[in-house]
Design a protein around this ligand. Structure first.
Ligand SMILES: Cc1ncc(COP(=O)(O)O)c(C=O)c1O
Length: 427
């Protein structure tokens, strides 16, 4: 055990999980590569949990951060803040939400917490509908809308949460149905649930479940839900913490795959926008955002340095059409991975879109999740020079692949080769 690992264990909570038998200390990065303290180079296909969105050490972001830091690092939300207003304007117009207002936080958890505060206050209800297998953050309120018990350490909550079907297409009671029947069954279930409840405040959903193993319903499900929710006055919160900014390739936001009845009432974002600087936020139409009748501030939310990073990062993303790159290179990568998966008895499914790809592993010849195999493939990939993530429902048996959106084709091919070798090695 390295001495840093030893010191980590001595001082950190036991539930703060580290990847790998010999955890890595990453010391620097460039583009789609990172280096560890021993000088080993890795292709980074996880981006610090989908957060290094454009590239490591992107000069445009580094420059914006250092120039802003040299001017003023902090002022608080008590003063006018030019980079914050500029980023809010850009996010508002990209959001698709009419008359949008934007509030910046420092994490996805805090963004969802704010969304819950808005929805429950606006609707005068503490009931929330959430999806099974969901993940929305680590705070007391966020874990209480998390439909994945591996990430929800308590059922105590200020909210009453009811879990809805539909986030997982290929497992669960409706898995055998066609897409159309699946959607109809989930909509009927929601309708039935609403007939038995009081008046829920909102439904919160990740368009593609991240921690849950990159699972998603058929396109249009949340749009179909929207029609039912509208009839009952229930708000729709789209958690875009992982799916935002074009990662899914086809859409800038995940909700756009479910857009037939308009945009969500509330959208939350975080992770990629800051390229590692801590930015989260919530967008809502003015009527919803302004429903609080007490003051609220965020000491660190919207801090000038993070906002400068966000602006530079977003400009780079849009000017270089990284959404298009995610669609093209992600399309090629998923095809490669499907071809590799077809040769392995362990691979149950390769799914996802853009640069958000899940490879679900099972015990050979069964449908049983295999978390040990997922951990072994993660190790073998690391030894081969590739960092990936893992996730998925009750058992963490899905490999998660989510590189920076600037991934080049040769890098996608190299990563796929390393993963193929890792799968072969685990057998
Ligand atoms: C969909 C989703 N929502 C919210 C969060 C919480 O974000 P944070 O870790 O920045 O608090 C996460 C984190 O993984 C997430 O994946």
């Amino acid at each position: 055990m390295s001495s840093l690992h030893h010191r980590h264990l001595a001082v950190s909570p036991e539930w703060l999980a580290l990847y790998y038998r010999h955890p890595l200390e990453l010391t620097h990065g460039e583009g789609r590569h990172v280096w560890d303290a021993d000088g080993n180079r890795y292709l980074d296909f996880f981006g610090g949990i989908l957060t290094t969105m454009t590239a490591h050490a992107l000069p445009e972001v580094t420059k914006a951060v250092s120039e802003q830091a040299a001017r003023i690092i902090h002022s608080s939300t008590l003063y006018l803040n030019r980079p914050m207003i500029e980023l809010a304007e850009r996010v508002a117009s990209l959001s698709g939400i009419p008359d949008a207002r934007v509030f910046f936080t420092t994490s996805g958890t805090e963004a969802n917490d704010t969304a819950l505060l808005l929805a429950t206050t606006y609707r005068r209800s503490n009931q929330i509908l959430a999806m099974r297998n969901s993940y929305h953050g680590r705070s007391f309120s966020a874990v209480s809308i998390t439909g994945n018990n591996a990430w929800s350490p308590t059922s105590l909550s200020p909210l009453q949460t009811l879990y809805v079907h539909g986030g997982v297409r290929t497992r669960g009671p409706y898995a055998h149905l066609s897409d159309e029947e699946f959607t109809a069954a989930c909509v009927a279930d929601l309708e039935d649930l609403l007939g038995h409840t009081r008046a829920p405040a909102a439904l919160i959903a990740e368009p593609i479940q991240g921690v849950g193993g990159f699972t998603s319903p058929p396109d249009g499900l949340y749009g179909a839900f929207r029609e039912v929710l509208d009839r009952h006055g229930v708000l729709w919160i789209s958690d875009e913490v992982q799916t935002g900014w074009g990662r899914s390739g086809e859409h800038f936001w995940g909700w756009q795959a479910h857009a037939q009845n308009g945009p969500p009432d509330i959208l939350t974002f975080a992770k990629g926008i800051g390229n590692g600087m801590s930015i989260g936020g919530v967008v809502a139409r003015a009527e919803v955002m302004n429903c609080l009748d007490a003051n609220s501030i965020s000491t660190f939310g919207g801090s000038p340095v993070t906002m400068a990073a966000g602006l530079a990062n977003l400009s780079y993303l849009l000017e270089h059409d990284l959404q298009g790159n995610a669609r093209r290179v992600g399309g090629l990568l998923i095809e490669r991975l499907r071809a590799i998966g077809a040769t392995s008895e362990r691979v149950r499914e390769v799914r996802g879109r853009g640069l958000m790809i899940g490879v679900e592993l099972v015990k050979p010849g069964t449908d049983e999740a295999d978390p040990e195999a997922a951990a072994a493939v993660l190790e073998a990939a690391r030894e081969g020079g590739l960092l990936i993530g893992k996730g998925g429902g009750h058992n963490t048996s899905v490999l998660r692949i989510a590189p920076p959106l600037s991934l080049a084709i040769p890098e996608a091919e190299e990563g796929a080769e390393i993963l193929a070798d890792a799968l072969r090695e685990v057998g």
